[in-house]
Design a protein around this ligand. Structure first.
Ligand code: 5RP
Length: 229
C-alpha cells in the first residue's frame, strides 16, 4: 500500500489498523488489543463484523468500543485458541520483542496473546527500536509489593514510579497498580521477562518476549511496511 508523504501519526495508525483486516480469518474469532492504534483496527473491524464470530478483548475499554460497534465479545475462558491477536506496542524491536502496557492493559493483553497462534503488531514507525528500554517499562504489581519491586528494579539500574491517575494510584482492570520503570536497557528481553516474572508481587511485566509479535505492520511515510519476525 502506498501512502502520500507527511501523514500524521494518527493517519499512520488508521493505515495499519485497516491493513490488519487482512489477517482476520472469516468465520472465526479475533483477539483484540488495547490503545489508540487498536481503536483504529476496531473501527475497521466493524466494516466486516458480519463475517466474523466476534472478538476476545484485552480491556474494558476495547470491550466497550467493540460492543458499541455491534461486535460480539466472548469471555477468554470460553475460547481455546484464536487464529490471530492484533495489538499495538510502545516499542518493538527487529525480533518482534515488545514493550507494552502504556495503556495499563498489559496483563489481559498477554493472556489474549497467549491464546493466539499469531500476534500481529500494528504500530507507527516511531515504535521501532534497536534495543528496548527507552519507553518507561510498565509493570503491573500487587499494591503491597510495589516498594519491594521498585527496589529490585533499582538494583538493575532502573527508577520505578507508581503510575497515577487524577493524583491517585491508577487501578487497572484487574484491581492492581502499575509501576513505570525508567533507565533500563533491555538487551536480552527473553531473559529479562523470565527473571522479572519470578519476583513476588509482579502480576505482569510489560516485556512481551515469550508472547512476541510474529508480524509487524509498521506505518511509514512510504506506506505500510510488513515485518515478518
Ligand atoms: C496498552 C498497550 C498499547 O498497545 C500500547 O500502549 C500502544 O498504544 P498506542 O497504540 O495508543 O500507541 O500496550 O496497554
Amino acid at each position: 500500500m502506498t501512502a502520500p508523504t507527511s501523514l500524521s501519526q494518527d493517519e499512520l495508525k488508521t493505515l495499519v489498523g485497516q491493513a490488519a483486516l487482512q489477517y482476520v480469518v472469516p468465520g472465526e474469532l479475533v483477539g483484540v488489543g488495547t490503545g489508540s492504534t487498536v481503536n483504529k483496527f476496531i473501527d475497521a473491524l466493524a466494516s466486516i463484523k458480519d463475517s466474523i464470530r466476534g472478538a476476545v478483548s484485552s480491556s474494558e475499554a476495547s470491550t466497550a468500543r467493540l460492543k458499541a460497534l455491534g461486535i460480539p465479545v466472548l469471555d477468554a475462558n470460553d475460547v481455546r485458541l484464536l487464529s490471530v491477536y492484533i495489538d499495538g506496542a510502545d516499542e518493538i524491536d527487529g525480533n518482534g520483542y515488545m514493550v507494552k502496557g502504556g495503556g495499563a492493559a498489559l496483563t489481559r493483553e498477554k493472556i489474549v496473546a497467549a491464546l493466539a497462534r499469531r500476534f500481529v503488531c500494528i504500530a507507527d514507525e516511531s515504535k521501532l527500536v534497536n534495543v528496548l528500554g527507552a519507553f518507561p517499562l510498565p509493570v503491573e504489581v500487587i499494591p503491597m509489593a510495589a516498594a519491594y519491586i521498585a527496589r529490585r528494579f533499582e538494583s538493575l539500574g532502573g527508577q520505578a514510579t507508581l503510575r497515577l491517575k487524577d493524583g491517585q494510584p491508577l487501578v487497572t482492570d484487574n484491581g492492581q497498580h502499575i509501576l513505570d520503570v525508567r533507565g533500563l536497557t533491555i538487551s536480552d528481553p527473553l531473559a529479562f521477562e523470565t527473571e522479572v516474572n519470578q519476583w513476588p508481587g509482579v502480576v505482569t511485566v510489560g516485556v512481551f518476549a515469550l508472547q512476541k509479535a510474529n508480524v509487524c505492520l509498521l506505518g511509514t511515510a512510504q506506506g505500510v511496511r510488513t515485518l515478518s519476525l
